[in-house]
Design a binder for this molecule. Structure first.
Ligand code: GLY
Length: 314
């Protein structure tokens, strides 16, 4: 059975943002489903649609780092153990397409920073400024909140940002006031009629992150993973997902315990710090899982066997 499942991030999603996320996800599902004869094409098309929409924390709508610049991360993996990824890409918002080029045109898996930018240029992507005006406005407000200690989260000195580990604690408190800062990473997992699986994830990372921070999304086995039998894409706090090598751990549980993909995901998330992550997954037969330990996870799925799209913020 062919299936495509997409997510638009985990966290605490306000109702007005939830409706917008679900609307965006149905656009992504439609774009991906048009390519469902090939799992890789379908997963990439769905993620590319979300990157182009500017509605999610990826591609055109990516959040900004402490210096006010977007640095994009993305990865693509197929069930045939092929993988391509980029990290800290600034040249183009089309991160998942560049990740795919890494997979198909180079002997490497992950290109980052200047190397990723140069590669994107060499592959013919036009240079584009990343970051919507809404993101820039929020960036200015939040940075000023951080520096001035508004909202009772303590002051932060921006004179040498990269030498101020103390910045992370005020930022965490700021996230409680602005929960939308954490969600919006996107992902898609597809299985086609031949049982081929592909998983894709794309993100702008965490708002006001340190320059050069690498997210789980671009790391195979952390935010993105696929093998012959199962494909996964994660969202949430990248530092947690990386420390637990989350998607690979769920795949291992799936293979070892034979309890199904939902049980494997639930089991893995039960061991994680609370309020941190969400994950979507599917297996070769098109059975899918949605698991989270945050309040919300925006997701949607479509398959041959179902008459309508299933979606939720659960
Ligand atoms: N999971 C996305 C990030 O932490 O950047």
């Amino acid at each position: 059975m062919r299936r495509l499942i997409v997510h638009g991030g985990a966290g605490r999603i306000a109702p007005e943002h939830g409706a917008e996320a679900l609307e965006g996800l149905s656009g992504a599902l439609e774009a991906g489903w048009g390519e469902i004869d090939d799992a890789t094409e379908a997963a990439v098309a769905a993620v590319r649609w979300m990157e182009d929409s500017g509605k999610f924390n990826c591609g055109r709508g990516a959040v900004l780092n402490l210096q006010g610049r977007a640095e994009l991360d993305a990865a693509l993996m197929t069930g045939r153990q092929q993988a391509g990824a980029v990290s800290n890409l600034t040249y183009t918002p089309k991160a998942i397409a560049v990740a795919r080029k890494v997979m198909e045109e180079t002997p490497h898996v992950l290109l980052c920073g200047r190397g990723a930018d140069r590669f994107a240029k060499a592959m013919g992507f036009p240079r584009e400024t990343i970051g919507t005006s809404a993101r820039r406005k929020l960036y200015r407000e939040l940075r000023s909140d951080l520096v001035n200690g508004r909202g009772g989260h303590g002051r932060w000195s921006d004179r040498k940002p990269s030498r101020h580990p103390a910045w992370w604690e005020p930022l965490k408190r700021l996230v409680h006031v602005h929960p939308e800062l954490l969600h919006g990473t996107v992902g898609a997992v597809a299985v086609d009629a031949r049982g081929r699986i592909a998983a894709a994830t794309s993100t702008g990372g965490i708002f006001l992150k340190m320059e050069g921070r690498v997210s789980d999304s671009s790391l195979v086995g952390c935010g993105t993973y696929a093998d012959r039998d199962v494909g996964l894409s994660a969202t949430g706090i990248g530092e947690v997902i990386i420390r637990y090598t989350l998607t690979r751990s769920i795949a291992e549980l799936y293979h070892l315990r034979h309890e199904g993909v939902q049980a494997a995901a639930d089991r893995a998330l039960a061991t994680l710090p609370r309020d941190a992550v969400g994950v979507i997954a599917l297996d070769r037969k098109g059975r899918f899982a949605v698991a989270k330990n945050t309040k919300n996870l925006a997701w949607a799925t479509r398959s041959d066997g179902e008459r309508s799209v299933r979606q939720g913020l659960s």
